[in-house]
Design a protein around this ligand. Sequence first.
Ligand SMILES: [Zn+2]
Length: 201
Amino acid sequence: MIINTFTAGPIDANNYLLTDNDEAVLIDCSEVKPEVLSALEGKKLKFILLTHGHFDHVLGVNEMREKTGAKVLINKEDVVRMNESADIMRTFGVQGVETPKADDFLNDGDTLKFGNTEIKVIATPGHTQGCVCYLIDGKLFSGDTLFKESVGRCDLPGGNFQKLSDSVKNRLFTLDDNTIVYPGHGPETTIGHEKKYNEII
Ligand SMILES: [Zn+2]
């Protein structure tokens, strides 16, 4: 599996393009960048996997689906967050943003496949009610649940610190220490590093 990282969208979210043979998945889609489309040449984008519904992670999904035919997946609890995107962009002075739409919903423990690679869905509520992480080939794509030495904020609608703390400590910190973590913003880290240095400890 090859991982390509793109920073995209209004507040520099990490979008990860994973490819295995001739199939690909995109983790979060903040905007449609030409570099992502070039990297996809000759490959089929099977899924756009959303870590959660915040506008800065989802604004590109409609256009990307149109261009690639990928299926957009999210936890149902965060559709409400996606539906807020157009209103939030208006507060930034950007008019006429189309509401991002999902094609289907994901639940804790679901598994998906692209190429020969398996994807496991881990529900991690807290930053939003419908946050999920994706465990793929021993790597964790953690969205805004877990960052290097910090965690996502809990003061936005749907946020809950106790839930976030439970998700990180009881779910993510049970993964192998060597698991590489690819967050929704900022640099990579590992579970072992976060168990020692994360602010939530
Ligand atoms: Zn977020």
